[in-house]
Design a protein around this ligand. Structure first.
Ligand code: HEC
Ligand code: HEC
Length: 418
């Protein structure tokens, strides 16, 4: 049996051609304080290059025309357990499997010694994983009234085979208490979400000034986590109330496609280099997530973007005390926001989408707030999802500039070709 990862590293995936290990957010609780540490020793694995033009049934027209959502079983060849979900949610399930077992894609999918992975081919592990999908569905249905309380992560915790016996070192060691991701109602005695959000809006420059911002354009660089993702030229465009595009271009790496996320207020796209699909239109949780990211680019709308806002127990992030607010979005999406108690500023947002085998977390960390035209904006942010991680460092932001509507459209048309 192979123990793939140590206790602090979880996900190792290859969807974006980058393999990386997310340092698990370990949370310990002292009285009412929980601490959310982000250890720096993220485990890195050699990158696995995946060739986009694999043996896929997915014609580019099909992948890219708008219209009814493309379901996994229409896009792919051999879908038996995960039918009826959109392609973006399907890719999310692959991220959950990889992250939960500490695998990268190649540990279930085989390239038979070539540089092209045959994703549709069944391997023994793939067959087991499919059986596990059905098992998890049955457990939740038969024992938990259909609530999704058992997921791959419940048992696997970053290992191929779950631990069977409690280790006494762990039993008597420092407890690692993890927070619930979803908290339906505020525990008593905490400040109201309104107070925390108002303090945030004040810290940014005040609701009135914020309301005066209708668009912005930013430029900078991407900072990698080992392997890919670094050294790219970044462009960010955003237009109120809910349009946003982030582009990373790798001009020094000839042949490497850009990494682009775009959302035009209705339709969203992801394009990542060296992936299975290349570019795909969003229809599942990622679409709701893209909308939320775009809305939160204009923080004055925060209280409208999320409903049923509630305050959670305070926490710490990198030794800073944070106030925590959670709210719901459409279709069971929810998001948790962590505000620096001292400065009032937003340090982290984690949004959770849905899939048949568990929640799909996306975490954005914000820092390096600078003054632009009387309001504060984060010049650095890290975007982490189950299928990869990018860090953006802006060096120039222009407010209220006209932005061509095409900037929020389909990624392929946005890449600046030499
Ligand atoms: C733990 C094993 C496991 C890991 C790790 C895994 N997959 Fe899968 N993958 C599966 C299973 C099982 C299916 C079939 C799902 C079904 O039958 O509904 C599948 C199907 C697919 C398909 C559809 C192929 C076709 O044409 O039918 C693609 C594409 C895919 N995986 C991509 C990925 C990518 C990309 C990663 C890494 C991010 C990944 N997988 C990681 C188990 C895995
Ligand atoms: C109730 C606990 C439980 C849950 C939930 C669970 N598994 Fe497992 N899984 C196991 C156990 C136990 C084994 C080892 C079985 C053995 O040794 O024969 C295993 C083994 C596996 C293996 C084979 C690993 C190897 O290389 O030997 C794969 C792949 C796998 N699980 C995938 C998944 C996926 C994907 C999910 C979520 C859809 C999942 N499991 C959910 C308990 C669980």
């Amino acid at each position: 049996m192979r123990m793939i990862l140590g206790a602090s590293a979880i996900a190792v995936v290859c969807l974006v051609g980058v393999t990386w290990g997310a340092a698990g957010s370990r949370i310990s609780r002292h009285s009412s304080m929980a601490s959310v540490n982000q250890p720096d020793q993220a485990k890195r694995r050699p990158a696995l290059w995946l060739v986009a033009n694999g043996p896929f049934a997915l014609g580019s027209d099909q992948a890219t025309s708008s219209g009814p959502p493309l379901l996994a079983e229409q896009a792919f060849k051999n879908i038996q357990a995960l039918k009826g979900i959109s392609v973006d949610d399907f890719m999310g399930t692959m991220g959950i499997m990889s992250g939960s077992l500490g695998f990268d894609c190649s540990e279930c999918h085989d390239s038979a010694g070539t540089d092209k992975v045959d994703w549709a081919a069944d391997t023994p592990r793939k067959v087991t994983a499919r059986r596990m999908v059905n098992m998890v569905t049955a457990i939740n249905r038969d024992h938990f009234t259909g609530r999704q309380v058992v997921t791959c992560w419940t048992c696997h915790r970053g290992r191929d085979r779950p631990v069977v016996t409690p280790a006494l070192d762990v039993v008597y060691g420092t407890p690692i208490l993890e927070r619930d991701d979803l908290v339906p109602a505020s525990p008593p005695g905490l400040p109201s979400p309104d107070q925390i959000i108002n303090k945030y809006l004040q810290a940014l420059g005040g609701a009135q000034r914020l309301a005066g911002i209708t668009s912005f354009a930013g430029k900078g660089t991407s900072v990698g986590f080992g392997g890919f993702g670094g050294g790219g030229a970044v462009q960010i465009y955003s237009k109120a109330p809910d349009q946003r595009t982030a582009i990373i271009e790798f001009k020094d790496a000839p042949g490497r496609d850009a990494s682009i996320r775009s959302y035009d207020g209705k339709t969203g796209w992801i394009k990542t280099p060296l992936t299975v699909l290349g570019e795909y239109q969003l229809n599942g949780s990622e679409l709701d997530g893209a909308r939320l990211d775009a809305q939160l680019s204009f923080p004055a709308q925060l209280k409208q973007a999320l409903t049923n806002l509630r305050t959670l127990d305070p926490a710490t992030i990198d030794d800073r005390e944070v106030d925590v607010v959670q709210g719901n979005g459409p279709r069971r999406l929810f998001a948790t926001l962590y505000f620096d108690r001292q400065t009032g500023l937003l340090l982290r947002m984690v949004r959770y989408g849905n899939s048949p085998i568990g929640r799909l977390p996306t975490q954005i960390d914000y820092s390096d707030y600078r003054d632009v035209g009387g309001i504060k904006m984060p010049f650095r942010f890290t975007f982490a999802w189950l299928d990869g991680r990018d860090a953006f460092q802006l060096n120039d932001v222009q407010l209220n500039v006209p932005i061509d509507a095409a900037k929020f459209g389909r990624p392929t048309s946005l890449e600046s070709r030499p």
